[in-house]
Structure formats: structure tokens, C-alpha cells
Design a protein around this ligand. Structure first.
Ligand SMILES: *Cc1c(COP(=O)(O)O)cnc(C)c1O
Length: 356
């Protein structure tokens, strides 16, 4: 049976990217060796990192003065690396969900942390709009897409202080104005590559301003100077990221990607809004295109387990909602075809007709 992969992360990648990764595992560039058994400094691998960096810059129109690096440790390590490298006295955070809160928690070990606004009281169903960013903060941290709650900040905001964004789950889903950000980071396993690599886009001139000693491996400058080769980088995930970026370029880049993502999200949200039994959980104006969260209306609540079983039997994978929201979450990342969204909607319709 065909599977429709709505996993929240690690998540769907284009089939051809997976197939070409598999080929490189067996024989990398017809050299008779696997990509798993060559030096990361080999003449074969160095160009992989270089091309991946170039494609980041090209596809996101990254201006001069920025570096792109690949690290280990996931987005979670960035929760600590950001304050380590940037926080001298005070940092500001927008609390929009679980990941934002975790980022904020780490920063508290390095200085004063100001929560400028929070939607915690409303179970993070919206993104706060009215807030003031303290002009004396060393940086302002946001989470552009809240993977668990299904809200997304779809515009690049203006910040009077360096803007830092966790874009783990919406990077490359739409064009962004990188010049508005000081740092953009994310774990790759949602929209870019398999788990194991973290990308960081850094404006070079925000570094070197804190007085504390920064351990070598946690210092961004180390990895910028080393071209992501200070220590052995996650070779295979970086290679898959490169293949995925080539795929993205081939289909028309982030502009085309945004069109496709919009179309998928509109299709599914329309179906939810027109349903007798399902209802969306996030406020309409803040709805995520990447993670679409919905539950059953109060009077049908006891059918949730049945629908999950029904949909799973029809090939839907990964649609169970996160425990903090409940219900269902359909993650519609870049590589998910619109046919999968339609298949889910067909499931929802069929279930509704049979049971409600
Ligand atoms: C998944 C996710 C993380 C955690 O990423 P790791 O790479 O597992 O550390 C952080 N932030 C957001 C927004 C995420 O979606």
C-alpha cells in the first residue's frame, strides 16, 4: 500500500534524494568507495560542503557578510550556542511554544532573559503581536515555525537588535529576507536532510562581542574559520542536504516551493474548516503551512482514536497530534506531494460520511 508520510521530524524527503543518497553509500561518484569510508577532507568531499554552502546562499539570496556552517548537536545545541556567543547582559525571547521555551531556558544560564510576550496561557494557539523588544538587548530570539502547535510567523519582522531565528521546521519553505536576521539556525531533519546535521547562517559581524571565554567547539568562529571542517562533520547528512538543495533548485527554488506549500496548506485547511467533525487548533492568521494541527469537535471527541486507526489503515503515517495538543497533526513539509494531502482529505471525508 502507498504510504503518505506526514511525519513531523525526521520527515519526508524527495524519493530521488533518498535514492541518490543510497547510491553514494554504495559507491560515491564512481570511485569504488562508499561515502561512509572516505576522509571528510578528501578531494571528493570538500566540494560537497562547498556546493551546499553555495546553494544555501543562492537559494536564500544570502547577502555578503554572512557565513553558512554545518554542525552537529541539533537545534537543541543552538539553544545554548546562541547565548554563549551573543549574550553579554540581556537577551529577549518570544515565547511561542515548547521549542521557544527550551531556547529561553538555556539562555538563562548566561544572563538576563526577557520574555517579551507569550501565548502559553492559550496553549500557544497564536503568535503574540503586541510586544516591545528592549533596545538594550543583545539579541531577540524567535521560533519562526512552531512545529508542535502549528503556528508560523510568515513574515520577516523588523528588530532594533540582532534577530535570531530557529527555523528548524520551515527553512526553505518560502523566500526569506536574510538581511533582517543575525542568525538563522535549525536541525536539518524537518525540511532539509536526515537527522544529524544542523545548519547555521550567521552575520559575521555579530560575533566577537562577548567577554566570556567560549569553548572551542561551541564558538561559531571556530567553524566559520574551519569551513565546517574543524572536526569531522556529519558527512552523510550534509551530502543528502546537498542533493535536496539541488532538487529544490531544479524545481524552481523557494518561490516555487512557497507556491506548492501554500496550495497544500490551503487545501487541507479548507477541508478542516468545511468539516462537520474536525476543527483546526491554531488561530487562522497564524496557521502554519508546515504543521497542520486539528482535533475533533467536542461532540465527536470520542471518535479520534477510531479516525487515527482508519487513516493509518489507509496508509497515512505520522498524523497523531503531539501530546500537548492532542488530535492530529499533518506535517506538510517541502517534499510532501499535494496528492498525499488529497489522500488525507479523502480519508477525512470518507470517515465523516460513515460516522457523523
Ligand atoms: C525539531 C525542532 C527542534 C529540535 O531539533 P533537534 O535537532 O532535535 O535539537 C527545535 N526547534 C524546532 C522549531 C523544531 O521543530
Amino acid at each position: 500500500m502507498k504510504k503518505h508520510n506526514f511525519n513531523a521530524g525526521p520527515s519526508i524527503l524527495p524519493r530521488e534524494v533518498i535514492e541518490d543518497t543510497a547510491k553514494a553509500v554504495l559507491d560515491f561518484q564512481n570511485e569504488g568507495l562508499s561515502i561512509l569510508e572516505i576522509s571528510h577532507r578528501a578531494k571528493y568531499f570538500q566540494p560537497v560542503v562547498e556546493e551546499a554552502v553555495e546553494l544555501f546562499k543562492e537559494l536564500l539570496s544570502i547577502p555578503d557578510g554572512y557565513s553558512v556552517i554545518f554542525l552537529g548537536g541539533g537545534a537543541s545545541l543552538q539553544f545554548c550556542m546562541v547565548p554563549y556567543n551573543l549574550l553579554e547582559k540581556k537577551a529577549a525571547y518570544l515565547n511561542t511554544g515548547t521549542w521557544a521555551k527550551k531556547a529561553m531556558k538555556e539562555a538563562k544560564g548566561f544572563g538576563e532573559v526577557v520574555e517579551v510576550a507569550s501565548s502559553a496561557d492559550a496553549n500557544y494557539t497564536f503568535i503574540p503581536k503586541d510586544f516591545t523588544i528592549p533596545a538594550d538587548a543583545d539579541y531577540f530570539h524567535i521560533t519562526s515555525n512552531n512545529t508542535i502547535y502549528g503556528t508560523e510567523l510568515l513574515k520577516d519582522i523588523d528588530s532594533p537588535v540582532p534577530l535570531v531565528a530557529d527555523m528548524s521546521s520551515d527553512i526553505f519553505s518560502r523566500p526569506i529576507d536574510v538581511s533582517k536576521y543575525a542568525i538563522i539556525y535549525g536541525g536539518a531533519q524537518k525540511n532539509l536532510a536526515p537527522a544529524g546535521v544542523t545548519f547555521v547562517i550567521i552575520k559575521n559581524d555579530v560575533l566577537g562581542k562577548v567577554s566570556r571565554h567560549i569553548p572551542t567547539m561551541l564558538n561559531y568562529q571556530t567553524h566559520i574559520d574551519g569551513g565546517s571542517m574543524f572536526n569531522t562533520p556529519p558527512v552523510l547528512p550534509i551530502y543528502t542536504a546537498l542533493l535536496n538543495l539541488r532538487w529544490l533548485k531544479k524545481i524552481g527554488g523557494v518561490e516555487e516551493m512557497e507556491k506548492r506549500n501554500k496550495a497544500k496548506a490551503e487545501l487541507l485547511y479548507n477541508a478542516i474548516d468545511n468539516s462537520k467533525i474536525f476543527v483546526g487548533t491554531a488561530k487562522k492568521e497564524d496557521r502554519s503551512r508546515m504543521n497542520i494541527c486539528f482535533v475533533m469537535k467536542e461532540e465527536y471527541k470520542d471518535l479520534e482514536a477510531d479516525f487515527l486507526k482508519f487513516a493509518t489503515e489507509k496508509g497515512m503515517v505520522g498524523i497523531k497530534g503531539h501530546r500537548s495538543v492532542g488530535g492530529f497533526r499533518a506535517s506538510c513539509y517541502n517534499a510532501l506531494p499535494i496528492e498525499s494531502v488529497q489522500a488525507l482529505i479523502d480519508c477525512m471525508d470518507e470517515f465523516e460520511k460513515a460516522r457523523a
